[in-house]
Design a protein around this ligand. Structure first.
Ligand SMILES: Nc1ncnc2c1ncn2[C@@H]1O[C@H](COP(=O)(O)OP(=O)(O)O)[C@@H](O)[C@H]1O
Ligand SMILES: [Mg+2]
Length: 287
């Protein structure tokens, strides 16, 4: 058997991890999976043929230590997704790069730091009444706020964001009326698409915030096309990735591409573990 590691965290309690569904199909192809916490010390990573980043969902608390761990792994064996790609994807400035490559993104003002004057100016010139401010380095919708003229609290936001880079966007109402689509890609192949809808009264679609998930069995062609176009802008294709899209009057817009540690929701589509295993097998032969 060929040993591979799934990078996870030391305390997984309270998290929904579905990567065990890959163990059997990977084993059938000769791979033995071991789950290893990213911050475990003294690991000889070179004994794995590859390390696949899967569920290190506490890394936001220590992003520098996490990146350091990835550098170490990368020096000893093959890391999926690769270090450089992770480093690019950790800061939402990548959205600007994708826009330059022709991907329609949610309109975004990138700010080096939160500045109330800039925010007010942007909101005044915007066709939307509500907007969203959020940090450029984030996950789980942490520090993500809906703002409008009537609730703007400069002091609060200033304190929350501190010196961090910040994104300002119009609030997309489809998030609440329909939800956010997530398309999962393995290598160059689209595997499955899910729809995440927020709890009534909330705008955050994440499960942790009470959001609901369902498999989109027959995705409309415009959705498949938008997801695929976005994925095409990320070359060479990595082993795995999640593309988040929201409907707008200008078509589907990119909210986020997650290339670090997206849950791939193997539980939502019974064929997806086989699909991943088969792409992974080819992946390991080709490069
Ligand atoms: N412009 C927006 N309009 C409406 N909802 C938004 C907007 N930006 C973010 N959200 C909500 O906040 C969530 C988190 O934002 P996102 O950009 O995906 O960052 P992350 O998932 O990395 O925290 C989204 O899934 C969505 O529910
Ligand atoms: Mg998101």
């Amino acid at each position: 058997m060929r040993p591979i590691a799934f990078l996870t965290m030391s305390d997984t309690s309270g998290f929904m991890i579905y990567d065990q569904l890959l163990y059997a199909p990977l084993s059938a192809r000769g791979f033995a999976v071991e789950a290893v916490a990213w911050d475990k010390t003294g690991v000889d990573w070179s004994r794995f043929e590859a390390v696949v980043i899967r569920s290190p969902w506490d890394y936001q608390q220590r992003p520098e230590a996490f990146m350091q761990a990835l550098r170490q792994i990368s020096a000893q064996t093959r890391l999926e997704n690769p270090y450089e790609l992770v480093a690019w994807n950790i800061h939402k400035g990548y959205l600007g790069d994708l826009e330059k490559r022709g991907v329609p993104i949610v309109p975004t003002l990138f700010m080096d730091r939160f500045e109330i004057r800039t925010v007010r100016d942007y909101m005044r010139d915007s066709a939307s009444r509500k907007h969203v401010v959020k940090p450029a380095v984030s996950a789980n919708a942490d520090d993500t706020y809906v703002i409008w003229e009537g609730n703007l609290n400069a002091e609060f936001l200033q304190t929350r964001f501190g010196p961090r880079n910040v994104l300002l966007q119009p609030f997309l109402p489809a998030i609440q009326s329909e939800g956010e689509f997530s398309a999962f890609f393995f290598g160059s192949d689209l595997s499955h698409i899910i729809l995440k809808t927020p709890r009534t009264g909330d705008f955050r679609v994440q499960e942790e915030h009470g959001g609901q998930l369902r498999l989109v069995r027959k995705p409309e062609s415009a959705l498949v096309e938008a997801a695929t176009n976005c994925w095409k802008a990320i070359m060479p294709h990595p082993l795995y990735g999640r593309v988040d899209l929201v409907r707008s009057d200008k078509g589907f817009l990119l909210m986020e591409v997650e290339l670090i540690e997206p849950s791939l929701y193997f539980n939502m589509d019974p064929d997806s573990p086989e699909r991943f295993a088969s792409v992974f097998d080819r992946w390991m032969e080709e490069s």
